[in-house]
Design a protein around this ligand. Structure first.
Ligand SMILES: [Ca+2]
Ligand SMILES: [Ca+2]
Ligand SMILES: [Ca+2]
Ligand SMILES: [Ca+2]
Length: 637
């Protein structure tokens, strides 16, 4: 057996931090509950059920099920990732939103599986898709756009026996006519990610040769990077392996354990894996060259199931590591932000069959390139305040008892995704099991979508809040919201989110749940509510979220603007609603309330006397039951 000790830090030409136990304020399970689970590696696209030969029919929702947001589609195939969540929502400045997901309308073995696409055109969502966009069976869509406002969807095609990527391009944002091409060479490509800046299109995927026998560059299932500079017509880099991604540190890659982001000339590729480093590659020249960094090294180089004895006493040690889910994000200054799920692992026998991880671990870890800091910033919350988490340890994969559902090697907190806004704030959403939301037939805890945010560039993070705990009021019964993904940058004051929702924690594919039609939902969250802490650590379903279809403030305008002496606000409501208009100064201090009451559906005009205000720039905020609009108002004398 190969014996590798903690000596790599001195011999690598890139940034490495000494591993130390992550300090955390997130509550952890009692020791008796933190059991180890054998880690099954994901080696191929999962086309077969964990519990095969079941003959149940697809079931529909129960009446009590009423999660937030609006349904924009469905899928009977309910595994949207093996680890990291893909950014499958694009929000355009003109107001359109495009969402993709892995779709099927059929029962196992999901013969019609493929990419579903739906677009919000600024007024309404397109119809829910009932068929895939590809001509053949695919999955795992990644979406990007080019400078012609065409949208490009990359998905993997297992039909050839050797996986490959299919690219489908439409004629413009929202257009549902697709032209299918295969611009990349066939390299057994699976589980793609994509992002773009102008005509620079970046694609990341895993290698898979179905037999899982062909090592490339000495590694099984390595991650690949590809780059197009003409909007996806041709690729100048076709399935290349990143510099420093080699047998010195790696024996294999993994399914969906990577992320990519681009912003102006910057590109970042992030990589995790529970027996590997958390690493990223950064480019400052549109992806032509990359430099590798390792913010959180795994204690063993090129780990291949050795005894995890790092202190040399012959006894396996439990190691802090990542749960294979990660995200990377570039802010407006080109600084890298990286998040990953926290877990621990041990191999007590030094054999391939004895690699275990601890799914009861609780924490989202954040790395800041700017501050070179690594910290646990959030996790599942002790909602009843008794000092411990009353959540199962997920060892039985969420099938009974006081379990939440485990998704592959995800832990209590997992699947992070980042966003920044035009005020310089950073946000991280993640999936966490919610203590107390314990209302399924099996007594399972639901996973909700959580958020934490930072107003100092990632140096410190505010307490986590629960965005989707729908079990807090009588009209919103419990439901599982997972695979949440959001826009990478917000310029409109909202976080736009798509996610999968259903009444049953876990998936049919990996948890052996009954077949179900899962919903793909959209919701948007106003950042002002997140910043004010309105959702709270355990959820408050009455504030802050809305979906565009039910937004009752359709418009507001101030006239004249600039205004002198007086101003008129004209607004429309498409339903009866409370409505308030306030004016604040450039410091954010409220200086005037103009309207505050209940208004009927329809058009309204409210006049205001501005004579008490100094000349200058102000903002008016229009708040209704489910929306907040803030716009600039200039006052002259
Ligand atoms: Ca030891
Ligand atoms: Ca508790
Ligand atoms: Ca929920
Ligand atoms: Ca489910």
């Amino acid at each position: 057996m190969k014996k590798v000790l903690l000596t790599f830090a001195l011999c690598l030409p890139f940034l490495v931090h000494a591993q130390s136990r992550l300090s955390t304020n997130t509550p952890q399970l009692p020791a008796s509950k933190t059991k180890a689970v054998k880690a099954n590696r994901v080696t191929t696209d999962q086309d077969v059920l964990q519990n095969a030969n079941r003959s149940k029919s697809l079931s529909q929702r129960t009446a009590a099920y009423n999660p937030i947001g609006s349904v924009i589609g469905t899928s009977t195939y309910d595994l949207q990732t093996n680890a990291s969540v893909s950014r499958r929502i694009l929000k355009y400045n003109a107001g359109q939103i495009s969402v993709v997901w892995t779709f099927s309308g059929a029962a196992s073995p999901w013969s019609d599986r493929g990419s579903a696409y739906v677009n919000f055109d600024g007024t309404m969502w397109g119809p829910q898709p009932s068929v895939r966009i590809e001509t053949t069976r695919t999955g795992w869509p990644a979406i990007a756009s080019n400078s012609n406002n065409q949208e490009i969807i990359a998905s993997h095609d297992p039909a050839t026996g050797q996986y490959n990527l299919k690219f489908n391009t439409n004629q413009g944002i929202g257009n549902t006519s697709w032209t299918q091409t295969t611009p990349l060479s066939s390299k057994g490509a699976i589980w793609p990610r994509a992002t773009s800046v102008g005509d620079n299109l970046y694609v990341l995927n895993n290698h898979n040769d179905t037999g899982y026998v062909e090592p490339l560059n000495g590694m099984k299932q390595p991650m690949y990077y590809s780059r197009s500079t003409d909007g996806g017509i041709t690729f100048v880099d076709d399935h290349i392996i990143m510099p420093g991604y080699d047998t010195a540190r790696y024996t294999r890659g993994g399914g969906d354990n990577y992320a990519i982001d681009a912003n102006e000339n910057y590109v970042v590729v992030g990589l995790a894996g529970f027996t590997d480093d958390v690493a990223y590659w950064k480019s400052m020249d549109y992806g032509a060259t990359f430099t590798k960094y390792i913010p959180f090294p795994f204690p063993f180089a090129a780990y291949s199931d050795e005894l995890t004895d790092v202190d040399g006493d012959g006894i396996a040690d439990t190691l802090d590591t990542n749960d294979s889910s990660c995200d990377v994000l570039l802010d407006g200054s080109g600084n890298v932000h990286m998040w990953f799920g926290y877990t621990r692992m041990i191999n007590p026998a030094g054999s391939p069959d004895s690699t275990f991880f601890f799914p009861g671990t609780n924490g989202i870890v954040y790395y800041s390139e700017q501050f070179d800091s690594l910290q646990i910033i959030a996790g599942a919350v002790d909602c009843d305040g008794d000092g411990t988490l009353t959540i199962g340890d997920l060892t039985t994969n969420g099938t009974s008892g006081d379990q939440g559902a485990r998704y592959r090697t995800s832990c209590l907190a997992s699947m992070p995704m980042g966003m920044t806004d035009n005020a310089g704030n950073a946000y991280c959403i993640f999936s966490a099991v919610r203590e107390g939301a314990d209302s399924t037939a099996n007594g399972q805890n639901y996973r909700d979508v959580m958020v934490t945010w930072s107003n100092d560039g990632g140096l410190t993070w505010n307490p986590e809040q629960n965005l989707t705990n729908d079990a807090v009021s009588t009209d919103r019964f419990g439901s599982e919201e997972v695979f949440a993904n959001i826009n990478r940058f917000s310029s409109d004051g909202f976080m736009h989110m798509s996610f999968m929702a259903d009444p049953e924690p876990g998936t049919e594919l990996t948890n052996g749940d009954d077949p179900v039609v899962s919903e793909i939902r959209y919701a948007r969250f106003d950042l002002a509510s997140i910043i004010s802490g309105a959702f709270g650590p355990c959820g408050n379903a009455t504030v802050g979220f809305n979906d565009i279809a039910s937004t009752n403030a359709t418009s507001i305008n101030a006239y004249p603007n600039p205004a002198s002496g007086s101003v008129s606000f004209n607004f429309d409501l498409n339903a009866n609603s409370s409505a308030k208009i306030t004016i604040s100064n450039a410091l954010g201090q409220s200086v005037m309330t103009i309207a505050n009451g209940t208004f009927a559906a329809g058009s309204h005009t409210v006049n205001a006397n501005l004579s008490t205000l100094e000349a200058g720039v102000y903002f008016y905020t229009f708040t209704t039951e489910n929306s907040v609009i803030t716009r600039k108002l200039v006052v002259t004398k």
